[in-house]
Design a protein around this ligand. Structure first.
Ligand code: HPA
Length: 272
């Protein structure tokens, strides 16, 4: 986190406000293949604003297929349809700036979604998995650098990075949800089978290339987090198949109905 990060977040929040964002209570980040969810959660006839990332200072466009690159806002919810990834070559500050901006707009809860490879042998492609905890193997941490004045501590506690209460609420809405530990690597290569065996041995159930930086920043601002992974594929070496991003996006899309029901149930409970 560079010295100017706080200033950049403030400018991005002011820019989002000038486009109509007000004080959302909940932030939602939609990962690979999940951008279309927004059209079910906030159909065009609802009071929603669509702001392309290019129009918000510092957000930057996303270059990845399956990521729309639009912020949708209603009076209560801010939805990021698409995110930036470290593997795109952006500085980590740029990767987390949109999530930090939602926090600066005043959200109390952040729901993060992503596509992930399943390491746990009980997981199947198409499963929805609540993230119980994570292992950060990205080789960086967005809080490295001067302490952000908006952050609750120099050394934020990560004991309950993913809220147990929110996970219980989610399970109450969808009893078929599985739970697991998400391991974040930089990508952009998928893992080797040997790496997947290692990640399983250290306690990983899911593997992906996102989410953890955003969650670290949200927790540093004291925002509660719920993480939901779509298992888009079995991780490398577990199915005998090779991995392909179009499959990841496709499975992400196929799970939309169930994910929509879950997230809209959560929003109903969080916006009171
Ligand atoms: N590995 C890393 N990231 C991913 C995967 C995977 O198998 N599937 C979806 N995102």
């Amino acid at each position: 986190m560079q010295r100017d990060f706080q200033e950049r977040v403030r400018a991005a929040a002011a820019s989002a406000r000038s486009h109509g964002a007000d004080s959302p209570k909940v932030g939602l980040i939609l990962g690979s293949g999940l951008s279309d969810l927004v059209d079910h959660l906030l159909p065009a006839e609802t009071r929603r604003l669509a702001i392309p990332y290019g129009e918000i200072d510092g957000f930057g466009a996303t270059s990845v297929a399956g990521h729309r690159g639009t912020l949708y806002v209603t009076p209560d919810v801010a939805v990021m349809a698409g995110r930036s990834h470290f593997y795109e070559g952006k500085p980590i500050d740029d990767v987390v700036l949109p999530a930090a901006t939602l926090c600066a707009l005043g959200i109390k809860t952040l729901i993060v979604t992503n596509a992930a490879g399943g390491i746990n042998p009980d997981f199947r492609a198409g499963d929805l998995v609540l993230i119980r905890d994570h292992i950060n193997l990205m080789g960086t941490n967005p809080l490295i650098g001067p302490k952000d004045p908006g952050s609750v501590a120099r050394f934020p506690d990560m004991t309950e990075a993913y809220s147990a209460a929110l996970r219980a609420t989610a399970l109450g809405l969808d009893a078929e949800l599985k739970e697991g530990v998400y391991v974040a690597l930089t990508g952009p290569t998928y893992e080797t089978p040997a790496e997947i065996r290692m990640l399983g041995a250290i306690g990983g159930d899911l593997v992906g290339m996102s989410t953890v930086p955003e969650v670290i920043v949200a927790r540093s601002y004291g925002v509660e987090v719920l993480g939901i992974s779509t298992v888009t594929n079995l991780a490398a070496g577990m199915s005998g198949k090779t991995l392909d991003h179009s499959e990841v996006v496709e499975v992400g899309r196929s799970i939309q109905g169930r994910m929509t029901a879950l997230v809209s149930g959560l929003l109903d409970r969080l916006i009171v």
